[in-house]
Ligand binder design. Structure first.
Ligand SMILES: NCc1ccc(-c2ccco2)nc1
Length: 332
């Protein structure tokens, strides 16, 4: 098998939403594919109306193939302090033409206010490792893990774009989506993430610094959270940039010309255009102050390489054959 699904950015590329068919007859929900977590959860008919504001709801009672997983529950909280929890069904799930007949579909009975406010996001589809799936008492597998043995190649790929739709592919590496060679690097899955070594960085007129740091490839995070000293050095190149202590984030005059940011994978070098790093207005009411796409990580011990970085490349998430997973990066 192989398949391809179009993914569409919300405003400012806050997140990318991908249609997923669930159940019989198919109920289509737009999910946030998240390589930083491992639960497939959806807004559901079991939520109180006060928690729903326009989202599409999965209703298992309307699916002839839905079966409740008796006694199973789930409960997840994310780095942005959002959270959700509920109970578990199994049902047919189809992503871009690739189908799994008994995927754990975790239906939300509670969602935090951030999710309620995010009106186009109908839930998340986790693509990190199944070892951090939150279902109890028996952990469930991710969609990728479930379909892996049926895929023509043990991979999924992300081709995210700046302010434009992109694609998530499963089981195939589409040569039309990148240029040059793919540079692969080993993944340490011990924390359940796609964690790898960034070989170093560079920006503006500074030369590339071979100072490696660990990071996770996280399609479900908007920005790139990098070591604080690197973020500080980058914004010192931007006239008028400052660390907004209230936000704990760098802001700068919106008319700033931001330097490109270079990151290394192995011997390869990739460029995040400065344009991508001029992420958005800090506040709709102040058109002069903008918010950076590169921000300091919160000292959690690794960088979080989210969409700001990923959208500048074509990324291969490779489960590997002798189960040694790896990440591939290519220019595009
Ligand atoms: N990194 C996973 C993730 C994705 C989306 C969200 C989210 C959307 C609206 C509110 O919170 N939170 C965490």
């Amino acid at each position: 098998d192989s398949g391809s699904a179009k993914t569409t950015p919300e405003k400012d590329d806050l997140e990318y939403l991908t249609p997923v068919s669930i159940g019989t007859p198919p109920q289509v929900l737009n999910l946030d594919f998240d390589s930083g977590s491992s639960d497939l959860w959806v807004f559901s008919s079991e939520l109180p109306q006060s928690s729903v504001s326009g989202q599409s709801l999965y209703d298992p009672s309307k699916s002839s193939t839905a079966e409740e997983v008796q006694g199973a529950t789930w409960n997840i909280s994310y780095g942005d302090q959002s959270s959700s929890n509920g109970i578990v069904y199994r049902d047919v799930v189809n992503v871009g033409g690739v189908e799994f007949k008994s995927q754990a579909v975790e239906i939300a009975t509670t969602v935090s206010s951030q999710f309620t406010r995010d009106t186009n996001n109908d839930g998340l589809l986790g693509l990190a490792f199944s070892s951090i799936n939150t279902v109890q008492p028996q952990q469930e597998k991710t969609f990728f893990d479930n379909i892996l043995s049926n895929l023509d190649a043990p991979v999924w790929t992300a081709d995210l774009k700046y302010h434009a739709p992109g694609t998530y592919d499963f089981g195939v590496i589409d040569k039309s989506k990148y240029t040059g060679d793919i540079t692969y690097t080993d993944v340490d899955q011990s924390d359940g993430f796609w964690m790898f070594d960034v070989a170093g960085y560079g920006f503006g007129n500074s030369t590339f610094k071979a100072a490696p740091f660990k990071g996770i490839a996280d399609t479900g995070t908007t920005l790139a959270m990098i070591p604080a000293e690197i973020a500080g050095a980058y914004y010192r190149q931007v006239k008028g940039a400052k660390l907004d202590s209230q936000q704990g984030a760098y802001v700068f005059p919106c008319d700033s010309v931001l330097p490109d940011f270079i990151f290394g994978v192995g011997n390869a070098r990739y460029t995040i255009p400065g344009k991508f790093i001029n992420y958005s207005l800090l506040d709709e009411s102040d058109p002069t102050t903008c918010f950076g796409g590169l921000q300091p990580d919160m000292g959690i011990g690794f960088a979080i390489l989210g969409d700001i970085l990923l959208k500048s490349t074509f990324v291969v998430f490779d489960a590997g054959t002798e189960s040694t997973p790896r990440l591939g990066f290519a220019k595009k």
